[in-house]
Design a protein around this ligand. Structure first.
Ligand code: PLP
Ligand code: COI
Length: 356
């Protein structure tokens, strides 16, 4: 797939951020974006890298009414030696296509997905921060733009990629968060779209998130949508519990996101000699095990969230503090190892790093 680079005069470029410690998450965007269209009968056409800015879209565009949309999230890092690297981008390409199939959207060849991102990142390399805890967040997305008031797969799509220099996703940084087990709303049900990275899943989560915030929690931990009994995942991360040297996480049964950080954490944990159990966790057992001190650590994983410690859980008006409520040893080691590999401080023996 050929991607044209449209000229961008220096006078039209934005002033860059000056303080990497003040980046926040997802509010600053770089000068350019990638845009490729898919048209029925033609396939992928007119790939270009152009000035970052608004799309022109018909008010009847299908995405605006029926949410035919998918997205991804990955990061680029600038190493101390000046190298620019991506972390496991081919996994995002694969998952993007998996989401596309679920939403009846066209798939994109994995190598084109990765090559397009690399071309854009190379052009925007001056925007990549390098201070500890910072990176360039990459957001590929696809939207249905055919203008029609009818529920059907679109015959026209925009695949686009935007870039945002970021710091920590949670404003408190690497500190224990408080999560509330959700017992009123559900995120996903078997046969639904829980495993797809599609906007509707997140729109659906907003109400529960707001109610949890009002009660003093940072995030919602979803239960399965059938029995409302088994732990699934948090709004933007997969969830892990340490029972001593055994790490337990929910299995991939179609209702939770197949997290790339989840997979990386499980691989690292095995390498560190920890035992892994992917199994259903009953929320009542979970609270008992936290109170009995059997659960020694809790943490979440995600591209934005990296490895985020969880210090306190709430459920039906009660709370339980995990161990001493601080950052556990395994959580810290996994965070250090993962970010060490991503930033080039620890050699990558897994083939996860892709130099741009
Ligand atoms: N679960 C949900 C619902 C998410 O939005 C994310 C973030 O992408 C994750 C889990 C973690 O996935 P990954 O590690 O691939 O970023
Ligand atoms: C990511 O971690 O990349 C995500 O997509 C989560 C998002 C809600 C920020």
């Amino acid at each position: 797939m050929e991607i044209r680079e449209l000229p961008l005069p220096a006078a039209e470029m934005k002033p860059k951020y000056t303080d990497e410690s003040q980046l926040g998450f997802g509010r600053i965007f770089t000068d350019r974006m990638l845009l490729v269209e898919w048209k029925a009968g033609q396939g992928w056409v007119d790939g270009r890298i152009q000035k970052y800015g608004p799309f022109s879209m018909d008010p009847a565009a299908l995405v605006l009414h029926y949410a035919q949309e998918i997205f991804e999230g990955l990061k680029a890092y600038k190493w101390a030696d000046g190298s620019i690297v991506l972390f496991r981008p081919e996994m995002n390409a694969r998952r993007f296509n998996h989401s596309a199939e679920r939403l009846c959207m066209p798939t994109i060849p994995e190598e084109d997905f990765v090559a397009g991102i690399e071309q854009l990142v190379r052009l925007e390399k001056e925007w990549i921060p390098s201070a500890e805890g910072t990176s360039l967040y990459i957001r590929p997305a696809m939207i249905a733009v055919e203008p029609v008031i009818g529920v059907k797969p679109s015959d026209h799509y925009y695949f686009y990629v935007i870039l945002s220099p970021v710091g920590a996703y949670y404003s408190q940084g690497f500190k224990p968060t408080k999560i509330m087990v959700e017992d009123k709303y559900v995120r996903a049900t078997p046969g639904g779209t829980g495993e797809a990275k599609t906007g509707g899943n997140y729109a659906n989560s907003l109400k529960a998130g707001l109610e949890a915030k009002k009660k003093g929690f940072d995030q919602v931990l979803w239960l399965d949508g059938v029995e409302r009994r088994y732990i699934e995942e948090v709004g933007a991360m997969n969830m892990f519990f340490a029972y001593g040297d055994t790490i337990v996480t929910a299995p991939l049964e179609g209702t939770i996101l197949n997290g790339i950080t989840r997979d990386s954490v499980l691989t690292l944990a095995k390498k560190l000699g920890l035992k892994i159990e992917e199994r259903r966790i009953d929320v009542n057992d979970l609270f008992k095990d936290i109170r009995d001190g059997k659960i020694t650590e809790a943490f979440g994983s995600g591209t934005a969230a990296v490895v985020t410690p969880v210090g306190l859980l709430g459920y039906r008006g009660e709370t339980a503090t995990v161990a001493d409520g601080g950052v556990g040893k395994i959580t810290q080691t996994l965070y250090d190892t993962l970010t060490g590999i991503q930033t080039g401080k620890i050699p990558d023996t897994f083939g996860w790093i892709r130099k741009v």
